[in-house]
Design a protein around this ligand. Structure first.
Ligand SMILES: [Zn+2]
Length: 151
């Protein structure tokens, strides 16, 4: 189980090796993604709280990256965080996500990116529920939930 000290170490020193890598030009991303997805995933935008697809959704399944299909979160780690965005306590695997310090907007945060395609997903905070104490605060636009039949 990842804890906050692991996340800080990843951001500070080196991230877990991704299972594969996907790279393409920003033009190709713009053609593949919707404008809202492109703004969030490639320009590090943030969608509106509460008014997003997965904030209050707790159907079983696996959440994958909209950009590359990499599986990121299991619905069993999703919890109600009152933040207005879908929140998880752990990634599906240690290598699913990479981390980077983000000092934008006069805040010190740790950004979560898809480890396969580098797209922005959201941020990680140390105020989640025990035992991990982590809150992966994600944008719904970056995720697609695969139902149990689709996995
Ligand atoms: Zn991805």
């Amino acid at each position: 189980m990842l804890r906050w000290s692991d996340i800080v170490k990843f951001a500070k020193y080196s991230n877990p090796e991704p299972p594969r890598r996907m790279e393409q030009s920003e033009e190709a991303w713009a053609a593949q993604l919707t404008p809202a997805q492109f703004h969030i995933m490639r320009q590090k935008g943030t969608e509106s709280p509460y008014r997003n697809a997965y904030c209050r959704s707790y159907e079983p399944g696996i959440y994958a990256c909209v950009g590359c299909g990499s599986k990121l979160f299991d619905s069993t780690t999703k919890y109600h965080a009152i933040s207005g965005w879908p929140s998880f306590t752990q990634p599906l695997t240690k290598s699913a996500i990479r981390y980077a310090f983000d000092d934008s907007h006069h805040m010190q945060r740790i950004e979560a990116q898809c480890n396969v395609c580098g797209s922005h997903l959201g941020h990680v905070f140390p105020d989640g529920p025990e035992p991990s104490g982590l809150r992966y605060c994600m944008n719904s636009e970056s995720l697609v939930r695969l139902s149990l039949e689709e996995i």
